[in-house]
Design a protein around this ligand. Structure first.
Ligand code: ADP
Length: 469
């Protein structure tokens, strides 16, 4: 029950503050948007009436209607400046809307009743139709503020009844005459208008309710994301710092800096160092992911000569490749080609692609890295003849914490984060990444960058630093 009450309190608070501002803004925006449509129909009605009835009174009343429009325009400008915060201004705007509504509804009613007064025979279909259209228009477009709508409809209802009573008073007809039939029809039409205005109002209310729920949901999601970000940052840092010192100490032991390591101890220390490295990789990936998602990863863009860059990338993996017994070759482009990029981030990308190619290949396999110029783009591809990737696995390959291979295939562990980070880095370079693969045959991952022409390279000599958007 308490929860229910809290919900309703939150809801009514929202309607009082945000809701009221939203309603006023919606009301005024719609009123301004429909000005030409409204004025067009009033003008057409005035022309028709001026042709058949007294043009002087018709145009005089029409001009008054048009002048009331100026009041609305003036109010629109005034309320645009309102940021919804000061309730005193809000109340003032509401009062002016109410006043404008009465003035405009009266002007329209007088314009229409004047036509009815001039019409002495054949019923009042024309003015009644005008009044009906004006009411329908109000119902459709003023349902944001039920009070204002009722105010306008009350004035119109008064005009409807005046027209209905006009002939009853003029002719005092018997109950079975057409004049009474018209009178009762008008009452029926009034009921119809009130009924649909209630429906429009309920629909608008539901829309506001949905907006409130979406807003609340959005706030909750933002708060949860912030907690997740902080949690990740804390955990990563608290793990990374002690791990660095553990790895450092193990390194010292491994290299004999602390004395000869007994033979029996060596395998245990090697396993500890290997698993320490895995843990460090995982933490680095988590830190990178969190930085990218928080928009805190910095990029230092500089022109890069792709052939040289590739040599460096291949060289850095030779130790690992030799250990796995895999032959790595690189095929540079015949032309010198340059791209704009952050060298160390792109090295991270190449390390990820190369280590994947190596770890999913069998001993004795081969990996080939190639640079090609494709039109105005430079393509770097990493090809392996390893296990391959099944069809329809793209989402998992580039997803977070997702791996495609079953664990009995993998020789080396992984986090399932590498390609996700890679993709985000690549996108930050306005580049693309994709792959083709066949199970049991192998895979080719390729990334494509815009090629820097010489003029571009010169003007790009200035380093630009950007953060992930
Ligand atoms: P992981 O740390 O698991 O390697 P990645 O994000 O780098 O994470 O790769 C995601 C998954 O994509 C891998 O687990 C693997 O299933 C698949 N994959 C990536 N590269 C290759 C490749 N060259 N050959 C076969 N499968 C690959």
């Amino acid at each position: 029950m308490k929860v229910q009450n809290a919900h309703w309190e939150a809801r009514s608070d929202w309607f009082n503050s945000v809701g009221r501002e939203q309603r006023i803004k919606d009301y005024i925006t719609l009123a301004n948007q429909l000005i030409w449509q409204r004025q067009g129909s009033f003008f057409a009605a005035a022309m028709l009436a001026a042709f058949y009835f007294n043009p002087i009174t018709t145009f005089t009343f029409y001009i008054v209607v048009a002048l009331t429009e100026l009041l609305d325009q003036n109010l629109g400008r005034h309320s645009k400046a309102w940021d919804g915060k000061d309730p005193v201004v809000g109340r003032q705007i509401l009062k002016r809307i109410a006043l404008n509504t009465v003035v405009s509804a009266l002007a329209i009613s007088v314009f229409i009743v004047n036509i009815a007064v001039q019409q002495t025979s054949g019923g009042h279909f024309t003015p009644l139709f005008f009044l009906f259209s004006a009411s329908l228009f109000a119902v459709m477009y003023n349902s944001q503020m039920i009070g204002i709508l009722l105010l306008r409809l009350s004035v119109y209802a008064f005009a409807f009844l005046s027209i209905a009573f006009l002939d009853v008073l003029r002719y005092s007809p018997p109950l079975r005459s057409n004049i009474w039939l018209e009178f009762f029809t008008i009452i029926f039409v009034l009921y119809f208008i009130i009924d649909i205005s209630a429906k429009f109002y309920v629909r608008y209310q539901e829309r506001l309710d949905q907006m409130r729920l979406i807003k609340e949901e959005n706030e909750r999601t933002k708060a949860a994301l912030e907690v997740k970000r902080q949690f990740l940052a804390t955990v990563s840092h608290e793990l990374r710092t002690p791990l660095t010192s553990i790895m450092g100490s193990l390194d010292l032991v491994n290299h004999g800096a602390l004395g000869e390591v007994p033979e029996k101890m060596k395998p245990a220390i090697r396993i500890a160092a290997k698993n320490g490295k895995r843990l460090a990789n995982l933490i680095d990936d988590l830190l990178d992911l969190q930085k990218i998602e928080a928009g805190e990863m910095e990029f230092h863009f500089k022109p890069i000569s792709v052939n040289d860059f590739l040599d460096e990338a291949v060289e850095s993996t030779t130790g690992y490749a030799d250990k796995l017994g895999i032959h790595v070759t690189s095929v540079p482009s015949l032309h010198d080609c340059r791209i704009m990029g952050d060298r160390s981030r792109l090295m991270q990308v190449m390390n990820n692609l190369l280590s994947n190619a190596l770890k999913f290949s069998d001993e004795g396999g081969s990996v080939e890295v190639r640079v090609q110029i494709v039109g105005a783009r430079v393509r770097i591809s990493v090809h392996d003849d390893g296990v391959g990737i099944p069809k329809d696995a793209k989402d998992r390959v580039f997803g977070k914490f997702t791996q495609v291979d079953s664990s009995d295939v993998r020789k080396v562990g992984g986090t399932g984060l590498g390609l996700n980070i890679t993709k985000q880095i690549i996108q930050r370079h306005n580049a693309t990444i994709d792959y083709v693969s066949e199970l049991g045959i192998g895979s080719t991952f390729f990334i494509e960058f815009d090629r820097l022409n010489n003029a571009g390279a010169e003007s790009a000599e200035n380093v630009s630093v950007e953060k992930v958007a």
